[in-house]
Design a protein around this ligand. Sequence first.
Ligand SMILES: Cc1cc2nc3c(=O)[nH]c(=O)nc-3n(C[C@H](O)[C@H](O)[C@H](O)COP(=O)(O)O)c2cc1C
Length: 337
Amino acid sequence: MANLNVEFMGLSLKNPIVVGACTLSATAEGAKELERAGAAAIVYKSLFEEQIQMEQAQLTDELDEYADRNAEMTSIFPTIKHAGPRAHLMRLSEVKKAVNIPVIASLNCVYDVTWFDYAKKLEEVGVDALELNFYQMPASVDKTAEQMEDEKVEIVKTLKERLSIPFCIKLSPYYTNTLNFVNRLDQAGASAFVLFNRLFQPTIDINTESHVTKFNLSHQGDFNLGLRYVGLLHKKIKASLCGSNGIYTYEDVLQMLLSGADIVQMVSTLYKNKPSYIAQVLSELEKWMDDKGYKNIDEFKGKLSDNALKASDVYYRAQYLDFILHPEEIINKYPMR
Ligand SMILES: Cc1cc2nc3c(=O)[nH]c(=O)nc-3n(C[C@H](O)[C@H](O)[C@H](O)COP(=O)(O)O)c2cc1C
């Protein structure tokens, strides 16, 4: 029978399916259910800068250092009912104690000081690794891409010095040269990359003429951009790679592994199909490997990466060249009306 064990940023995992940050693992019971279904590890939901600042606002109103930030945060997030960081750390600790699989804590901050303080606080809870959620909207037209990237590289360098557990970066795809940025973060000490983060985008209700926030799950196949970058990065950086966003089935998992991912994260499919669906994906994965005669994942991981394909341009082409050079083939295959 196929062996599904994998290594991810120094953690030994029993299979490549990790539950991404979400509310399914927010309680000890939820986490145990995911563990029973076969999840190899879980990422606990993120602790956000806003939660930290709002608790600071309540606790340290008198501190000038926080006064401006608090005023801004409270007006931007007036109705958020997040638990503060103290409650977050306590619940994370309960989840960590409830399961035997690795637990990864997630952090999304704005200010250097909060990145450093809270990465350390999360580590002290006893988690196995951290996930740094590097989503940041460019808020000023004057700030250059290089300045924004430099700030993140410095954060990674400092965290590498201060933390003793591994940490991965969950990245958005919106960088001018994502490969270069990943390479810089890799050299700065990141242990792994999660490609990519799924970001909420604004939506307007034309009847009420106001903005609405919708609870949107991903769609199957949203992972193709991540697949491209996993394929391009496999064996070209030291860090491990995790595919994410729109991975629903065992076929999707296999696409990511063939491209060069060490593991995948799943979230939306588990909301739609329930946590027990992990067991089905694992048995289908195992059957595919048995049918193909693969004894372990290393035997086919990265088989279709840029590094393995050598002269292929499959990861570099993003235009309809085939259609231009061979229109008759495409028209025969997909007749147009
Ligand atoms: C209900 C819900 C809560 C989420 N919470 C977080 C979070 O706290 N931190 C985070 O980085 N991502 C969070 N995400 C994003 C997921 O971790 C994941 O990146 C995204 O859903 C794409 O993966 P998927 O296609 O498998 O759903 C959340 C997603 C959902 C649906």
